[in-house]
Ligand binder design. Structure first.
Ligand code: AMP
Ligand code: ZN
Length: 113
């Protein structure tokens, strides 16, 4: 079994990759909730925000920079977009490898559900 997103990193599970660098991978969400819905993950496994420590600071920063690049690449920068990280059950986290959702291409309501 193992971690689904680690399996995507290891190419054991297919994904539509839209961006990759030394620290992060970005691929299209399999069940998009917006015209653009991309997930950005760190290449080093960390399960959730509640597990973050000082040692993860660079990896998380790199994920945000990658998310910004994905947004540019997807043409979202002019109109705006949303980055989401769900943490734990109440937020609906279903995959326990930290990931930033990049959502855009439509108007996004606030507050989220
Ligand atoms: P979260 O609910 O924040 O944990 O988000 C997990 C996301 O992963 C959901 O939006 C799913 O649609 C998405 N997802 C699950 N399996 C895959 C997959 N094999 N490839 C791409 N996205 C996936
Ligand atoms: Zn993982």
């Amino acid at each position: 079994m193992g971690c689904l997103f680690c399996n995507i990193l290891e190419k054991k599970v297919p994904a539509t990759v839209v961006y990759e660098d030394e620290h992060a991978l970005a691929f299209r969400d399999i069940r998009p909730v917006a015209p653009t819905h991309v997930l950005v993950i760190p290449k080093k496994h960390v399960a959730a925000v509640h597990d973050l420590d000082d040692a993860h600071a660079e990896a998380v920063g790199r994920v945000l920079v990658a998310a910004r690049r994905v947004a540019d690449q997807e043409g979202l920068t002019k109109d705006g977009y949303r980055l989401v990280i769900n943490d734990g059950d109440a937020a609906g986290q279903t995959v326990h490898h930290i990931h930033v959702h990049v959502l855009g291409g439509r108007s996004l309501t606030w507050p989220p559900g």
